[in-house]
Design a binder for this molecule. Structure first.
Ligand code: HEC
Ligand code: HEC
Length: 429
């Protein structure tokens, strides 16, 4: 699956850039005459100059930290996506604040930006060439919790223009800020002195640089966690980590690897997400201001943020499975930040069906309101595979000790591990 995912990625992104690199300085062949009604494809933007990948990465890195691109002047991408937290939030807040005054709350937890490089664009019917039989795996891929952005350059538009994030009224006002930003001269140098004469080109340059930065292996997919060292035979897991990995993989206990794959597959190291969409029925988070309205529900794939699949009832409550790499660096868990401790996020899996009264609030009559973040008619969408589902013995799917072992194992997924004997022992993959 991973290889299959890499292929469109390479074709879509890396190759055009490499081609652009070799052509730098040389006269570019004229682009095919575009049909009058069809806009130029993003990657074919006819910039005056075509910067190479290194230049784009350096530019993207600077722009990622550039606060002048926000309406408030105080918010950059890194304010919400902190490199010290795997490009996730640096605090325990379920949603971050933005907007012109820095006071408007978001509606979802900030995801990590790491290990997205194999993410295919969203598709409702994903086929994995996994053998002879190709099976429809259902909705898969795309960026954001609901998969609504097909690429990092498309995704970058969302925070730049969102009224509760960087809050530019439109691309033109973002470009106006860019023109006055400390990075403007570097952009002119990279893309050509007349870049800002064409606001569309300037916008494309901005989001292209941000995208290429997010494809930088050393920053975004180093594969240098303890678990990676273990897979390469360069580190040993402790007893608790070994037990945790076993429970994580065991289809009858954690069954975590079913959705968060942990094994090397066809030479690709695991991403700890199958990139698919699942409804887990995590409890509603009253700390999200939007949830003060009893009629507001974030239903993921079927809306309201995503609009193209509204009315598809079978998709309501489904969110994209996140990678668990670097999960121990997070201060909030799940799309609505319902939990702020990793132990509690894992315990949710043990308790949801075994002791729902410990997960969900009660109504006025004292009855547990299971799946309280979903309108009742969508409760049937919630996944009931192991570790969920009724159990004959009535006990939680995972014991306290197993939860602790899983947490110990998850902590091996944090990047930047130095194996005993020094970093120089870690060879490339
Ligand atoms: C105010 C906080 C905030 C700022 C600033 C912000 N983001 Fe985000 N980012 C989020 C949230 C929240 C999500 C999840 C959105 C959703 O699921 O609807 C997200 C999602 C993403 C994703 C998709 C990740 C995934 O798991 O699929 C990418 C890529 C991204 N942001 C890049 C950026 C870039 C680039 C910038 C700067 C131009 C930026 N973000 C600025 C809050 C922020
Ligand atoms: C049926 C698929 C499935 C299984 C099985 C599964 N997960 Fe998940 N996991 C998901 C999905 C989907 C989400 C996001 C759900 C949401 O936010 O609404 C998620 C989110 C998480 C998160 C929060 C990560 C973050 O960035 O916020 C953790 C931690 C986690 N899973 C751990 C586990 C562990 C440990 C197990 C095994 C006990 C497990 N998962 C089993 C699908 C699954």
């Amino acid at each position: 699956m991973l290889l299959r995912h890499l292929r469109p990625f390479i074709l879509r992104t890396v190759l055009p850039l490499l081609a652009a690199t070799t052509a730098a300085g040389a006269t570019l062949p004229p682009p095919p005459a575009p049909a009058a009604s069809r806009p130029t494809p993003f990657y074919a933007t006819p910039f005056e100059r075509k910067p190479d990948v290194r230049t784009l990465t350096a530019l993207g890195r600077a722009l990622f930290f550039d606060r002048t691109l926000s309406a408030s002047g105080s918010l950059s991408c890194a304010s919400c996506h902190d490199p010290a937290h795997a490009f996730g939030p640096a605090n325990h807040l379920p949603v971050q604040f933005g907007g012109p005054d820095g006071k408007r709350p978001g509606v979802r937890a900030v995801p990590s930006l790491k290990y997205h490089q194999t993410m295919p664009p969203f598709s409702e019917h994903f086929f994995d060439n996994d053998g002879n039989d190709s099976e429809d795996q259902g909705p898969t891929g795309g960026l954001a919790w609901d998969g609504r952005a097909d690429s990092a350059h498309e995704q970058a538009a969302a925070p730049l223009l969102s009224p509760f994030e960087m809050a530019n009224a439109d691309t033109a006002s973002a470009v106006a800020k860019l023109r006055g930003s400390p990075n403007a001269s570097a952009l002119r140098e990279a893309f050509g002195p007349h870049l800002f004469d064409n606001p569309q080109h300037a916008w494309n340059a901005l989001v292209l640089a941000l995208e290429v930065f997010q494809q930088s292996p050393a920053d975004f997919y180093p594969y240098d966690s303890k678990y990676d060292a273990f897979l390469r035979g360069q580190a040993q897991l402790s007893a608790a980590e070994t037990r945790g990995l076993a429970v994580f993989n065991d289809a009858n206990r954690g069954n975590c690897a079913h959705c968060h794959p942990s094994a090397v597959k066809r030479g690709s190291f695991p991403q700890f997400t199958d990139q698919g969409f699942i409804a887990l029925g995590v409890p509603r988070n009253p700390a999200i201001p939007a949830n003060a309205s009893p009629t507001y529900f974030d239903l993921g794939l079927c809306g309201p943020l995503r609009t193209d699949l509204q009315g598809h009832d079978a998709y309501c409550g489904l969110f994209r499975t996140p990678s668990l790499r670097n999960v121990a660096l997070r201060g909030v868990f799940f799309h609505n930040g319902a939990y702020t401790r990793l132990e509690d996020a894992v315990r949710f899996y043990a308790r949801r069906d075994a002791s729902p009264q410990r997960v969900y609030p009660r109504d006025a009559a004292g009855k547990t309101r299971k799946f309280d973040d979903l309108p009742p008619r969508f409760a049937a969408n919630v996944n009931v595979e192991a570790p969920f589902g009724p159990r004959a013995d009535g006990r939680p799917a995972l014991s306290q000790a197993e939860v602790a072992d899983i947490v110990a194992f998850l902590k091996t997924l944090t990047d930047g591990y130095l194996p005993p004997g020094g970093a120089n022992k870690v060879a490339g993959r």
